[in-house]
Design a protein around this ligand. Structure first.
Ligand code: MF3
Ligand code: CO
Length: 248
Protein backbone atom coordinates (compact mmCIF):
# COMPACT_ATOMS: atom_id res chain seq x y z
CA UNK A 1 0.00 0.00 0.00
CA UNK A 2 1.29 3.44 -0.93
CA UNK A 3 0.59 6.05 1.77
CA UNK A 4 -0.04 9.55 0.43
CA UNK A 5 0.81 12.53 2.65
CA UNK A 6 -1.24 15.65 3.34
CA UNK A 7 0.35 19.10 2.84
CA UNK A 8 0.73 19.36 6.65
CA UNK A 9 2.57 16.03 6.74
CA UNK A 10 4.81 17.14 3.89
CA UNK A 11 5.75 20.22 5.91
CA UNK A 12 6.74 17.97 8.84
CA UNK A 13 8.79 15.85 6.46
CA UNK A 14 10.50 19.00 5.20
CA UNK A 15 11.61 19.85 8.74
CA UNK A 16 13.08 16.39 9.02
CA UNK A 17 14.64 16.67 5.57
CA UNK A 18 16.20 20.04 6.34
CA UNK A 19 17.85 18.64 9.48
CA UNK A 20 19.28 15.76 7.45
CA UNK A 21 20.64 18.06 4.76
CA UNK A 22 22.02 20.57 7.26
CA UNK A 23 23.94 17.89 9.16
CA UNK A 24 25.18 16.24 5.96
CA UNK A 25 26.51 19.58 4.67
CA UNK A 26 28.32 20.13 7.96
CA UNK A 27 29.80 16.61 7.88
CA UNK A 28 30.92 17.19 4.28
CA UNK A 29 33.03 20.14 5.43
CA UNK A 30 34.89 17.86 7.87
CA UNK A 31 35.90 15.41 5.12
CA UNK A 32 39.64 15.61 4.50
CA UNK A 33 42.69 13.31 4.52
CA UNK A 34 43.42 11.89 8.00
CA UNK A 35 39.84 12.10 9.30
CA UNK A 36 38.31 8.74 10.27
CA UNK A 37 34.80 7.71 9.34
CA UNK A 38 34.09 7.34 13.07
CA UNK A 39 35.09 11.00 13.59
CA UNK A 40 32.34 11.91 11.11
CA UNK A 41 29.83 9.61 12.87
CA UNK A 42 30.59 11.18 16.25
CA UNK A 43 30.09 14.66 14.87
CA UNK A 44 26.75 13.67 13.31
CA UNK A 45 25.57 11.98 16.51
CA UNK A 46 26.29 15.15 18.49
CA UNK A 47 24.51 17.41 15.98
CA UNK A 48 21.42 15.14 15.98
CA UNK A 49 21.29 15.42 19.76
CA UNK A 50 21.65 19.22 19.61
CA UNK A 51 18.81 19.43 17.10
CA UNK A 52 16.53 17.12 19.09
CA UNK A 53 16.41 14.72 16.15
CA UNK A 54 16.50 10.91 16.26
CA UNK A 55 18.78 8.85 14.03
CA UNK A 56 16.72 6.76 11.60
CA UNK A 57 19.36 4.12 10.87
CA UNK A 58 20.73 3.30 14.34
CA UNK A 59 19.06 0.08 15.47
CA UNK A 60 17.31 -0.39 12.12
CA UNK A 61 17.67 -4.17 11.58
CA UNK A 62 20.57 -3.91 14.01
CA UNK A 63 22.56 -1.25 12.09
CA UNK A 64 24.98 0.16 14.68
CA UNK A 65 25.42 3.82 13.68
CA UNK A 66 23.62 7.05 12.78
CA UNK A 67 25.27 7.42 9.38
CA UNK A 68 26.58 5.14 6.65
CA UNK A 69 30.09 5.99 5.42
CA UNK A 70 31.03 4.14 2.23
CA UNK A 71 34.53 4.65 0.79
CA UNK A 72 35.65 4.03 -2.83
CA UNK A 73 34.41 0.56 -3.90
CA UNK A 74 31.88 0.51 -1.04
CA UNK A 75 28.50 1.27 -2.60
CA UNK A 76 26.37 1.92 0.51
CA UNK A 77 25.90 0.84 4.16
CA UNK A 78 29.57 1.20 5.13
CA UNK A 79 29.86 1.20 8.93
CA UNK A 80 31.89 4.05 10.48
CA UNK A 81 35.22 2.80 11.83
CA UNK A 82 38.78 3.89 12.63
CA UNK A 83 39.56 3.82 8.89
CA UNK A 84 41.22 7.10 7.96
CA UNK A 85 40.41 8.84 4.71
CA UNK A 86 43.22 9.35 2.20
CA UNK A 87 43.78 12.00 -0.45
CA UNK A 88 42.06 10.85 -3.65
CA UNK A 89 39.38 8.73 -1.93
CA UNK A 90 35.66 9.32 -2.36
CA UNK A 91 33.23 8.88 0.53
CA UNK A 92 29.46 8.53 0.45
CA UNK A 93 27.68 9.97 3.48
CA UNK A 94 24.14 8.64 3.98
CA UNK A 95 22.00 9.94 6.85
CA UNK A 96 18.44 9.31 7.99
CA UNK A 97 16.61 11.39 10.59
CA UNK A 98 13.29 11.16 12.45
CA UNK A 99 11.62 14.33 13.72
CA UNK A 100 8.11 14.31 15.14
CA UNK A 101 7.58 10.79 13.76
CA UNK A 102 8.55 11.65 10.19
CA UNK A 103 11.56 10.19 8.41
CA UNK A 104 14.00 11.72 5.98
CA UNK A 105 16.94 10.15 4.18
CA UNK A 106 19.65 11.76 2.06
CA UNK A 107 23.09 10.94 0.75
CA UNK A 108 25.95 12.44 -1.18
CA UNK A 109 29.40 11.38 -2.29
CA UNK A 110 32.23 13.81 -1.60
CA UNK A 111 35.88 13.95 -2.63
CA UNK A 112 38.69 13.58 -0.09
CA UNK A 113 41.17 16.29 -1.07
CA UNK A 114 41.99 16.25 -4.78
CA UNK A 115 40.49 13.34 -6.76
CA UNK A 116 41.05 12.06 -10.29
CA UNK A 117 39.11 13.50 -13.23
CA UNK A 118 37.42 10.13 -13.76
CA UNK A 119 36.11 10.13 -10.17
CA UNK A 120 34.96 13.74 -10.54
CA UNK A 121 32.97 12.59 -13.55
CA UNK A 122 31.46 9.65 -11.61
CA UNK A 123 30.29 12.03 -8.87
CA UNK A 124 28.94 14.58 -11.33
CA UNK A 125 27.04 12.04 -13.44
CA UNK A 126 25.53 10.34 -10.35
CA UNK A 127 24.30 13.65 -8.93
CA UNK A 128 22.94 14.65 -12.35
CA UNK A 129 21.08 11.35 -12.65
CA UNK A 130 19.24 12.06 -9.37
CA UNK A 131 18.39 15.54 -10.62
CA UNK A 132 17.00 14.15 -13.88
CA UNK A 133 15.01 11.58 -11.90
CA UNK A 134 13.59 14.28 -9.60
CA UNK A 135 12.27 16.05 -12.71
CA UNK A 136 10.19 12.92 -13.44
CA UNK A 137 8.56 12.94 -9.97
CA UNK A 138 5.28 14.39 -11.23
CA UNK A 139 1.60 13.55 -11.09
CA UNK A 140 0.77 11.42 -14.15
CA UNK A 141 4.25 9.89 -14.46
CA UNK A 142 5.20 6.44 -13.22
CA UNK A 143 7.96 4.99 -11.04
CA UNK A 144 9.55 3.60 -14.23
CA UNK A 145 10.06 7.16 -15.49
CA UNK A 146 12.20 7.90 -12.41
CA UNK A 147 14.10 4.62 -12.78
CA UNK A 148 14.73 5.05 -16.48
CA UNK A 149 16.04 8.60 -16.00
CA UNK A 150 18.71 7.35 -13.61
CA UNK A 151 19.67 4.32 -15.70
CA UNK A 152 19.83 6.17 -19.02
CA UNK A 153 22.01 9.00 -17.75
CA UNK A 154 24.41 6.66 -15.92
CA UNK A 155 24.74 4.17 -18.78
CA UNK A 156 25.04 6.87 -21.45
CA UNK A 157 28.14 7.97 -19.57
CA UNK A 158 29.64 4.47 -19.45
CA UNK A 159 28.69 3.67 -15.84
CA UNK A 160 26.43 0.97 -14.36
CA UNK A 161 23.51 1.24 -11.94
CA UNK A 162 23.25 -1.08 -8.94
CA UNK A 163 20.43 -3.61 -9.40
CA UNK A 164 20.20 -5.13 -5.92
CA UNK A 165 19.22 -1.99 -3.97
CA UNK A 166 16.44 0.53 -4.53
CA UNK A 167 15.07 3.90 -3.62
CA UNK A 168 11.79 3.80 -1.71
CA UNK A 169 8.71 5.53 -0.43
CA UNK A 170 9.24 7.29 2.92
CA UNK A 171 7.06 8.90 5.60
CA UNK A 172 6.19 7.54 9.02
CA UNK A 173 8.55 4.70 8.16
CA UNK A 174 12.03 4.75 6.63
CA UNK A 175 11.03 2.32 3.90
CA UNK A 176 7.53 2.45 2.48
CA UNK A 177 6.08 1.43 -0.86
CA UNK A 178 6.77 1.88 -3.68
CA UNK A 179 10.25 0.56 -4.38
CA UNK A 180 12.11 2.90 -6.71
CA UNK A 181 14.70 0.92 -8.68
CA UNK A 182 17.65 2.56 -10.42
CA UNK A 183 16.79 0.78 -13.65
CA UNK A 184 13.54 0.31 -15.52
CA UNK A 185 11.32 1.32 -18.39
CA UNK A 186 9.68 4.71 -18.80
CA UNK A 187 5.89 4.46 -18.72
CA UNK A 188 5.83 1.36 -16.49
CA UNK A 189 5.37 0.74 -12.78
CA UNK A 190 3.13 2.37 -10.15
CA UNK A 191 1.50 5.68 -11.13
CA UNK A 192 2.79 8.75 -9.27
CA UNK A 193 0.04 10.57 -7.36
CA UNK A 194 -0.24 13.81 -5.44
CA UNK A 195 1.06 13.34 -1.88
CA UNK A 196 3.41 10.46 -2.61
CA UNK A 197 6.89 10.98 -1.15
CA UNK A 198 9.86 9.02 -2.46
CA UNK A 199 13.55 8.75 -1.63
CA UNK A 200 15.33 8.71 -4.99
CA UNK A 201 18.79 7.22 -4.55
CA UNK A 202 21.14 6.68 -7.46
CA UNK A 203 23.91 4.15 -6.78
CA UNK A 204 26.29 4.25 -9.73
CA UNK A 205 29.40 2.11 -10.27
CA UNK A 206 32.35 3.10 -12.45
CA UNK A 207 32.64 -0.57 -13.54
CA UNK A 208 30.04 -3.33 -13.61
CA UNK A 209 26.77 -3.37 -11.71
CA UNK A 210 27.48 -6.51 -9.66
CA UNK A 211 27.43 -6.11 -5.89
CA UNK A 212 28.41 -8.23 -2.89
CA UNK A 213 27.96 -7.80 0.85
CA UNK A 214 31.03 -7.77 3.13
CA UNK A 215 31.59 -10.09 6.11
CA UNK A 216 30.20 -7.40 8.44
CA UNK A 217 26.79 -8.24 6.83
CA UNK A 218 26.24 -4.57 5.96
CA UNK A 219 28.80 -3.00 3.64
CA UNK A 220 27.75 -3.33 -0.01
CA UNK A 221 30.77 -3.44 -2.34
CA UNK A 222 31.31 -3.61 -6.09
CA UNK A 223 32.50 -7.11 -7.02
CA UNK A 224 35.02 -5.71 -9.53
CA UNK A 225 36.56 -3.26 -7.05
CA UNK A 226 35.49 -0.23 -9.09
CA UNK A 227 34.45 2.94 -7.26
CA UNK A 228 30.79 3.73 -6.60
CA UNK A 229 28.87 6.95 -5.92
CA UNK A 230 25.55 7.53 -4.12
CA UNK A 231 23.31 10.58 -4.14
CA UNK A 232 19.86 10.58 -2.52
CA UNK A 233 17.06 13.11 -2.16
CA UNK A 234 13.54 12.88 -0.71
CA UNK A 235 10.95 14.33 -3.09
CA UNK A 236 7.22 14.98 -2.62
CA UNK A 237 4.96 14.73 -5.65
CA UNK A 238 2.70 17.78 -5.61
CA UNK A 239 0.30 19.45 -8.02
CA UNK A 240 3.02 22.08 -8.48
CA UNK A 241 5.68 19.54 -9.46
CA UNK A 242 8.52 17.88 -7.57
CA UNK A 243 9.20 19.32 -4.11
CA UNK A 244 12.67 18.43 -2.74
CA UNK A 245 12.32 17.95 1.00
CA UNK A 246 16.02 17.29 1.63
CA UNK A 247 17.15 20.55 0.08
CA UNK A 248 17.78 23.72 2.11
N1 MF3 B 1 19.57 5.19 2.54
C1 MF3 B 1 19.63 3.82 2.91
C2 MF3 B 1 18.30 3.13 2.70
O1 MF3 B 1 17.34 3.77 2.42
C3 MF3 B 1 20.20 3.66 4.26
C4 MF3 B 1 19.70 2.57 5.11
S1 MF3 B 1 20.89 2.20 6.26
C5 MF3 B 1 20.15 1.27 7.43
O2 MF3 B 1 18.20 1.93 2.76
F1 MF3 B 1 20.99 1.04 8.33
F2 MF3 B 1 19.16 1.94 7.93
F3 MF3 B 1 19.68 0.15 6.88
CO1 CO C 1 17.21 5.53 1.37
Amino acid sequence: MIVCKSPAEIEKMRRSGHATRQILEEAKRLVRPGVSTLDLERYVERRLREMGAQPAFKGYRGYPCCMCTSVNDEIVHGIPSHRRLKEGDIISLDLGVVIDGYYSDAAMTVPVGEISDSLKRLLRVTEESVELAVQQARVGKRVGDISAAIQQHAEKNGFAVVRDLCGHGIGRQLHEEPQVPNFGRAGYGPALKEGMVVAIEAMVNAGGYAMKVADDHWTALTTDGSCSAHFEQVVAITRNGPDRLTQL
